[in-house]
Write a protein that binds this ligand. Structure first.
Ligand code: NAD
Ligand code: 6OD
Length: 492
């Protein structure tokens, strides 16, 4: 008997909707189909937007802060109760190792709901007393209200983490959402819709639509006249298209975009800790984290030692099945993305790079040879003007450059149109406090990477984004603040 392929449907107004058009969800480990995805057409997206507005007019629009916080905690609990399902779906869609999905993606998916419930309950609002001539005064205070129906468009690299990073604060603030996950990773988003259904999120408050960008669900969301705000994580180029769409209707936007992040390694660093940190900063998630370091600058006295040590560690990285507990790296997300990354490997050679490790496609002798793998790769010797040092590759590759002075390395690290993150390795406290804030980025790490209190601002400069999310910054984006000014006349 043929097994029934998993079906990922749209969740609109509390109902599961199929679609006439479907597309396959592919496992990048071996290229096998894992599910059939129902692509939302314009009418389905329109129904999602209308159900969002209907929810805002109904009981969802009258929920209190306490009720919304309690609901967010229930969502977090239910994600945790279904951890095994979420892990299986995330690994099937991305091929990422269990070690990562179980410590980063799924726990953070649940944590995003808890943290925004906590923040919502304690979020301060402004209040000012204004003294007026003649003894009267006025009291100004702000009221936080939802923006309306928020369109959420997310990428494939950290599917649940990055979707919930936006859904949680949007719901916390009382909005309704129409969320579209990447076409590459519909799995955990669909499970999230099941969670919303199970814990009793009112119909229409959370809507999920599947599909692509242009000419599909993504574009239908961004061009819908009754979407009140758009929050997007993805490529800078896609941000440009979405910004154009959002200009019609002057919609608030929040953009978390690409990066070409620098790592700066000073000779006085703790070498072993730095090397462990750099292996994560370059190769976590096969380099498919917007915060990954693709440009590595090393102070000359330890340059050769670093290149040798990094290349040796890279050659020992285990490229494994996601379920294997000792797998360190998975495949790239798709055949198209692998072609793009391999294109940069070839370009690096054309530009004159030395390949210190990797640079090709691994051979396994099993089903993985049909998947979308590349070798973790270290290159050196390119001029700062090379395309490989200017363009985001988004794969398991870094280029290593030597430097001599602090001033020189700050200039090189900042010579990019992106501005997302930097990581700096030193034991010199003064230097850490001089160099870290001098990075033209939204997030500057010292002796660490991808470590962050979720209450802090997150976002990028330049091509890396517009605005900040995180903690109160998220609540402020997902809220309309109304200032109320009450004049109080002086009495007798
Ligand atoms: P992408 O821009 O191709 O796609 C992201 C989402 O946008 C997908 O859901 C896609 O279907 C949708 N989309 C594409 N074109 C669209 C359009 N014209 N209108 C509406 N929606 C559209 O990005 P990706 O390949 O999924 O993700 C990788 C990129 O995301 C990298 O550049 C990476 O740096 C960036 N990223 C940034 C952050 C951050 O926080 N700054 C986090 C993760 C990923
Ligand atoms: O940690 C986060 O909240 C966050 N937005 C991470 C982004 C990672 C990019 O790939």
């Amino acid at each position: 008997m043929a097994t029934q392929m998993t079906q990922y449907r749209n969740y609109v107004g509390g109902r599961w909707l199929t679609s006439a058009r479907q597309f396959p969800d592919v496992n990048p480990v071996d290229g096998s189909p894992t599910a059939t995805v129902h692509e939302a057409d314009a009418a389905t997206v329109d129904a999602a937007v209308r159900s969002g507005h209907a929810a805002l007019e109904g009981p969802w629009g009258r929920t209190s802060v306490a009720e919304r916080a309690a609901m967010l905690y229930r969502i977090a609990d239910e994600i945790e109760r279904r951890t095994t399902d979420f892990l299986a779906a995330e690994m099937a869609d991305t091929g990422k190792p269990h070690a990562m999905a179980s410590t980063v993606d799924i726990p953070r998916g649940a944590a995003n709901f808890r943290i925004f419930a906590d923040i919502l309950k304690t979020a301060p609002l402004e209040s000012f007393r204004m003294d007026l001539p003649g003894g009267a005064h006025a009291i100004n205070y702000t009221v936080r209200k939802p923006l309306g129906v928020v369109g959420i468009i997310s990428p494939w690299n950290l599917p649940l983490l990055l979707l919930t990073w936006k859904v949680a604060p949007a719901l916390a603030c009382g909005n309704a959402v129409v969320a579209k996950p990447s076409e590459e990773t519909p799995g955990t988003a669909t499970l999230l819709a099941e969670v919303m259904d199970t814990v009793g999120v009112p119909a229409g408050a959370f809507n999920l639509v599947h599909g692509f960008g242009p000419g599909s669900a993504g574009e239908f969301i961004t061009t819908h006249p009754d979407i009140n705000a758009i929050t997007f994580t993805g490529e800078s180029r896609t941000g440009t298209a979405i910004m154009r769409a959002a200009a019609e209707g002057v919609k608030p936007i929040s953009f978390e975009l690409g990066g070409k992040n620098a790592a700066i390694i000073f000779a006085d660093c703790d070498f072993d800790k730095m090397l462990d940190g750099m292996m994560r900063a370059v190769f976590l998630n096969s380099g498919q984290v917007c915060l990954c370091a693709e440009r590595v600058y090393v102070e000359r006295p330890i340059y050769s030692r670093f290149c040798d040590a990094l290349a040796a560690r890279v050659r020992g990285l285990k490229l494994g099945w996601p379920e294997d507990r000792d797998s360190a790296m998975g495949p790239l997300i798709s055949a198209a993305h692998r072609d793009k990354v391999l294109g940069y490997f070839a370009l690096a050679r054309d530009e004159g790079a030395q390949v210190l490790a990797g640079g090709g496609v691994p051979h396994f002798g099993d089903a993985r040879d049909r998947g979308f793998w590349v070798e973790p790769t270290v290159i050196a010797g390119l001029p700062e003007t090379a395309r490989c040092l200017k363009e985001e590759i988004f794969g398991p590759i870094c280029h290593v450059t030597p430097f001599d002075t602090e001033r020189e390395v700050i200039a090189m690290a900042n010579d990019t149109r992106y501005g997302l993150a930097a990581t700096l390795w030193t034991t010199n406290l003064d230097r850490a406090h001089r160099v870290a804030p001098a990075m033209r980025v939204g997030l500057s790490w010292v002796n660490s990477w991808f470590l962050r209190d979720l209450r802090t601002p997150f976002g990028g400069a330049g091509l890396s984004g517009i605005g900040r999310e995180g903690g109160l910054h998220s609540l402020n984006f997902y809220s309309e603040l109304t200032n109320v000014c009450v004049r109080v006349d002086s009495g007798v």
